[in-house]
Design a protein around this ligand. Sequence first.
Ligand SMILES: Nc1ncnc2c1ncn2[C@@H]1O[C@H](COP(=O)(O)OP(=O)(O)OP(=O)(O)O)[C@@H](O)[C@H]1O
Ligand SMILES: [Mg+2]
Length: 222
Amino acid sequence: MEIIKLKNINKVYNSKNNQVNALKDINLTIDKGELIAIVGPSGSGKSTLLNIIGTLDKITNGEYLLRDEQVEKLNNYQLSRLRNKTFGFVVQHFALISDYTVSENIEIPLEYGKVKHSERKVLINKVVDKLSLTDKINKNIKELSGGQCQRVAIARAIVNDPEIILADEPTGALDQKTGQNVMNIFKSLNKEGKTVIIVTHDSKIAGQCDRIIKIEDGRILH
Ligand SMILES: Nc1ncnc2c1ncn2[C@@H]1O[C@H](COP(=O)(O)OP(=O)(O)OP(=O)(O)O)[C@@H](O)[C@H]1O
Ligand SMILES: [Mg+2]
């Protein structure tokens, strides 16, 4: 079943004195339950593509169908609702709040999603357990290692039970073994039925995905 369909997408960034065509005529269909790697040189448009898929960034022209929603027709309120219930985001440098505890960081999307306080604890305990962070739940982010931070970032991305997980170089800051552990978490989420899209520079990580999308200078290579 198709979950994401991009038709002739272009993304142009306009700044004062230059124009960057970050994505050029992208056509891409992703099925529910796929595990996908996006690879390509620095500056080729990988993060731009991921951000567009995640509705964090708007397309310049083309068409984006998310299930049967035409994304470019939604207003900001509708988009933020859709984003919160559909996507879990994992970024390279974790983007955790360092003065908050593990539990407080994981709670953030539940707050946005207006989940009742009484239900939050149950959901947080569930993901913390899944990512083997139970003994760290009340620790500050500052007190954790890189691999533990990345697991907290994944916990935060999945606590809302999103259908689609988007990860931008989730293993980029980790050593190989810790990176593989993180990849194993993505693989098991994928086995549970989640659609997982991972931007990576690491061919070992990409090689474990069902499909590799290569992008160069804003275009998908076939
Ligand atoms: N907000 C922005 N404003 C202007 N140009 C941008 C913006 N974001 C990205 N770009 C440009 O768009 C192009 C693609 O950037 P993008 O971040 O998608 O690359 P990337 O493939 O993720 O690279 P990396 O591997 O280094 O993360 C680059 O030329 C970049 O300079
Ligand atoms: Mg990038």
